[in-house]
Design a protein around this ligand. Structure first.
Ligand code: HEC
Length: 387
């Protein structure tokens, strides 16, 4: 390649690994800072001989990782707690544990990508795509069987003749002056290269588009995401209230669903009797459904301890005399129809499950108001502890 008359560095070739280690030590001791060594394989002890400190690239990774983690946490807070809060199973809007995996992954992603970009730009000086050492005799020889060292002209102590003397005294087998190449800074941005890049990009995209769309007719070109249906939470252009999620049409009955005839808050005159026997199995079902549907507002033990942090009126306790004296049928009635601000659960909880919840509430009530007669005496076993 064409060279200018600006000196880049003075380079020396050594024949033996010992020689290069010795030379690196001496160059460091002489006070030079801008120098480097080229060998065709790693040489033990070279880092020490050159006085290299550890790489700075770790700081870039750390900073970018921290930035990525903070950014994504704020982003999740903004989307999930601020801009479009979605109420999911009684969890707080900003629910930190659920955000850990994404925060972790985003930190890694930012760290890795920033490290790569920093390496090729800052550390390898990307717009210069040809290193001044390329295409020199020096580089040809150190890539095969010689050991080389060069001191950059940028070094504060740089003095051509002094360095040549130093290299000679260290026993260099040959010394080479390396000049900067002529105007190659933005080699990458030359029209020829840009044209090449354009052809590659257009070619690959075109071929991919043609193959996927015309030959294989597959995702994303089968347009399956455009269907005549509404996805959950999607707004609707058809209904006046713009909701696409609809309650069942008035008067229709879903298969396997038996309509509940008693509307309103008042307890129906007909006595609703509990058809379940509180077996272990039923109580297990009731507990499961209670914890799923009722506990967010009424608390795990029905004590009126909502975990919704005021997002919804707190459900009252199940241990008031009023509720304890309700008939089973009244509890069933409330679950089915709701009561004032409490929503109806007939569409979400089956009949059997509703009665099971009633049984489970009875268990909670008895547990919280146990009488002495409820206690079972456990006889002390006399010989178990061996005394
Ligand atoms: C979204 C919150 C919420 C959920 C979930 C909820 N409730 Fe309620 N519940 C309330 C509120 C609020 C009231 C008080 C309504 C009122 O002002 O009459 C209430 C009232 C009640 C009452 C009447 C209490 C009284 O003192 O009159 C009972 C019984 C009851 N709920 C049982 C249940 C059961 C069983 C479930 C689960 C199937 C359930 N609730 C789910 C909020 C809720």
């Amino acid at each position: 390649m064409a060279r200018s008359d600006k000196l880049y560095s003075v380079a020396a070739i050594f024949d033996k690994p010992d020689g290069i280690i010795h030379a690196a030590e001496k160059v460091k001791d002489a006070g030079y800072k801008q120098f480097d060594v080229n060998t065709s394989y790693p040489i033990h002890g070279m880092d020490n001989a050159m006085g290299l400190s550890s790489s700075k690239v770790g700081y870039v990774t750390l900073a970018a990782g921290l930035f990525g983690g903070t950014f994504i946490l704020l982003f999740m807070w903004w989307t999930l707690a601020e801009s479009y809060p979605l109420f999911i199973g009684g969890k707080p809007f900003f629910s930190l544990p659920a955000f850990f995996p994404i925060t972790f992954e985003t930190s890694i992603l930012f760290g890795a990508v920033a490290t790569f970009i920093a390496l090729i730009t800052v550390f390898f000086k990307l717009p210069y795509n040809n290193h001044p050492l390329h295409d020199t005799n020096y580089m040809k020889r150190v890539s095969v069987d010689k050991y080389g060292i060069y001191i950059l002209a940028e070094d504060e102590k740089f003095d051509k003749d002094e360095i040549i003397e130093l290299f000679k005294s260290l026993g260099a087998s040959s010394i080479e002056l390396i000049y900067l190449p002529k105007e190659e800074k933005y080699g990458m941005l030359q029209p020829k290269f840009m044209l090449f890049l354009l052809v590659v990009i257009v070619g690959i995209s075109g071929a991919t588009y043609f193959t996927l769309n015309k030959l294989m007719y597959m995702t994303p070109f089968n347009w399956m995401e455009y269907q005549d249906k509404s996805n959950p939470q999607e707004s609707s252009l058809f209904f006046a209230d713009k909701r696409s999620m609809r309650t069942p049409v008035e008067g229709t009955v879903a298969r396997g669903f038996i309509p509940y005839p008693y509307k309103g808050i008042a307890y129906p005159k007909e006595v609703l009797s509990n058809p379940t026997l509180p077996s272990k199995e039923i109580l297990k079902l009731g507990k499961e459904k209670y914890l799923t549907f009722c506990s967010p507002c009424h608390g795990d033990y029905g004590e009126g301890t909502s975990r919704l942090n005021g997002q919804f009126p707190t459900g009252p306790t199940q241990h008031s005399d009023k509720v304890r004296n309700y008939k089973d049928g009244m509890l069933y009635h409330i679950i089915t129809n709701g009561q004032n601000s409490m929503p109806a659960y007939d569409k979400q909880i089956s009949r059997k499950e509703r009665w099971a919840i009633v049984d489970y509430i009875r268990v909670l009530q008895r547990a919280k108001n146990a009488k002495k007669s409820d206690l079972v005496e456990i006889k002390k076993e006399s010989s178990t502890n061996g005394q």
